[in-house]
Design a protein around this ligand. Sequence first.
Ligand code: 5GP
Ligand code: MN
Length: 317
Amino acid sequence: MDFEKLWNRVSKAKRIGICGHVRPDGDCVGSCLGMYNYILSRFGKEADVYMEEVSPEFLFLNGSDKVIKDYPDAEKYDVFFALDSGDAERLGEGSKYLKTAGYTYCFDHHPTNIGYCNENMIVPTDAATAELLATIFEEQYIDINTANCLYLGIVHDTGVFKHSNVTRKTMEIAGMLIEKGVIPGDIIDKTFYEKTYVQNQILGRCLMESILLMDGKVIVSYIPTEIQKFYGIGNSDMGGIIDQLRITKGVEVAILLKEANKREWKVSLRSNSIVDVSKISVMFAGGGHVRAAGCTMYGSAHDCINSLTKEIEKQLS
Ligand code: 5GP
Ligand code: MN
């Protein structure tokens, strides 16, 4: 990718759009707002940032209050960035801006991404899209606002620097961001470990109700809509549950099913060392990484679990 051309386009653009994926996670929010703050710091320009929602714990990031959650039809951007989204559909309603934009760029780290913009930079060895952005941003223009966003993105996609995607480069970038003024403990505790009472309750319930399958190699839990309603929780309250399931001793694959609509399940998959869960989620029209992936499945929870364990069994045998 020609970065001189990229920044030239940005400096000339009258209107800049930035969009993340549906159900945005920490890396998505950190990447989109990281790009927003970098453009603001380097060019003094505002950009429109699109995401369905921003979890309350991310609202301390500069620009989070300006995120646009509805997606007006008529918007046309000179330059449009699609960030952390493995395919155009995952941009949700934001995908329509790809068609009307003057020039589009995709920055992502999902290995299942085949590129859907005018220019695509997909680096699966980068732990987070925020890490990738840190490598293309010129260090002198990375201010504290940009640094906070990128650090948060890296923290969330690495499970606080502990997943197998962490490299020397990840840590060096984190170090650079600390030099820019990031306070690691603040971001890590406030956005990753801190849970509301009800979030802890739902975590506890998922662990209590979890089931071991395949001689304890697979752990499964599911959260029907009635339960979500009972606790008054949304998608952003169920983060971290899958990670707690995954670290159960002896487990290779953790499965969490969150019912989104009647008999429609948002599935999260994690593996520890053998199973490629991205391969499995791609079979069900999803995507992700080798050790962390997801998809949407339909039917009863038991049907979904059966279909998934069949595929896991194939990989384990
Ligand atoms: P999570 O389980 O945290 O929702 O997602 C884990 C990983 O899988 C993330 O990298 C996410 O981008 C990817 N992923 C989750 N659900 C889907 C999906 O429905 N489609 C695609 N393409 N990727 C997904
Ligand atoms: Mn990511």
